[in-house]
Design a protein. Structure first.
Length: 327
């Protein structure tokens, strides 16, 4: 048996219930893992509310770290006793023990703790594919400006540090002066409080009127229109989340009028669709964390039993950096 957080219907944080569930043996291509720490992400809110609908009852959560307890037929990259971490479909990490597909589970280097592993996989792999794979048609070179919204969050703080390591001039946005200072302390070249400043005007000022090559946006509805105005000709609008709500339909002709812009909607799970791509991205993440160029900031810890409060704080934008659930 395992403790798990389940929802029986979509709704608010009050729909998160701690229950006992039976855990069986792994089948072909699966493992059973006992978690030591669990990552909290905004996609968990989307699953809970029904923006991304699930069949009921559902255990949510996409990220965790722990020890492999059993290995199913055909799994060769993991063994019983291995320290491991993952960001993976299907949802279900909010629990003590689970059986899950082995494909996206990676051995966790000894130098990285379980808590750091749980806090970094989904967010760090997201930062990896954004900065390394989601690039404008003209590419990115050291010295180029990029705009990153919600830069004081878990993905954002990793991206600030990684962008600096790559020589990029990352312009961060956040909703408070304190969060802006946090982004600057983690490598952002500039920071804009979009609650008090016109971020599009400030971006044009910072870039001498040219605009940025790419905007990385997990906010969605509230930042979309002005983000397009921040782009230089042939720039890329890279959407990867909807924290303020889904982006409204827009006329493709606007992209031509604003400078022959490109738009993409990315998800991590396309990038980690194969064992090989997952491992290659994880190796890149492990290396940059082990080097010290990127530090994983765990700013909040909640016992699994306090998951409702964790969701309330996340939605109220009271959190910074990464958040984990502890067991």
């Amino acid at each position: 048996m395992s403790l798990a957080v389940q929802i029986r219907q979509h709704g608010g944080p009050e729909e998160l219930h701690l229950v006992d569930v039976a855990v069986g043996e792994p089948g072909p291509g699966e493992i059973r893992i006992r978690h030591h720490a669990i990552g909290l992400n905004f996609i968990d809110v989307y699953h809970r509310t029904g923006l991304y609908p699930l069949s009921m009852p559902a255990t949510i959560g996409m990220e965790a770290a722990g020890v492999v307890e059993a290995v199913g037929e055909g799994v060769t990259h993991l063994q019983v006793g291995d320290r491991a971490a993952y960001a993976s479909q299907p949802p279900g990490s909010y629990c003590e023990v689970r059986v899950m597909p082995a494909k996206c589970v990676c051995k966790l280097p000894d130098a990285i703790s379980f808590e750091t592993g749980a806090a970094m996989m989904l967010k760090g792999l997201t930062a990896q594919y954004l900065l390394k794979k989601t690039r404008p048609v003209e590419g990115l070179q050291p010295g180029d400006h990029v705009l990153f919204h919600a830069a004081a969050g878990g993905v954002g703080l990793i991206a600030c540090q990684w962008a600096k390591a790559l020589g990029l001039q990352l312009i961060a946005t956040a909703g408070t002066d304190a969060k802006c200072q946090l982004a600057l302390a983690n490598g952002a070249a500039h920071a804009i409080n979009y609650a008090t400043e016109d971020f599009a005007a400030r971006v044009k000022e910072i870039t001498g009127g040219k605009g940025v090559k790419v905007v990385y946006d997990s906010v969605g509805k509230d930042t979309w229109d002005k983000s397009l105005d921040c782009l230089r000709p042939f720039g890329l609008m890279a959407s990867f989340g909807n924290a303020s709500g889904p982006v409204a339909p827009f006329a493709p002709g606007a992209l031509g009028a604003k400078g022959s812009l490109y738009v993409t909607r990315q998800t991590l799970f396309t990038h980690i669709a194969t064992r090989e791509s997952t491992q290659a991205m994880a190796d890149d993440l492990f290396a940059v964390v082990a080097s010290g160029q990127v530090k994983i900031h765990i700013a909040q810890r909640y016992p699994l039993a306090e998951v409702q409060q964790a969701h309330r704080d996340l939605e109220a934008r009271k959190t910074t950096g990464s958040t984990i659930l502890t067991l």
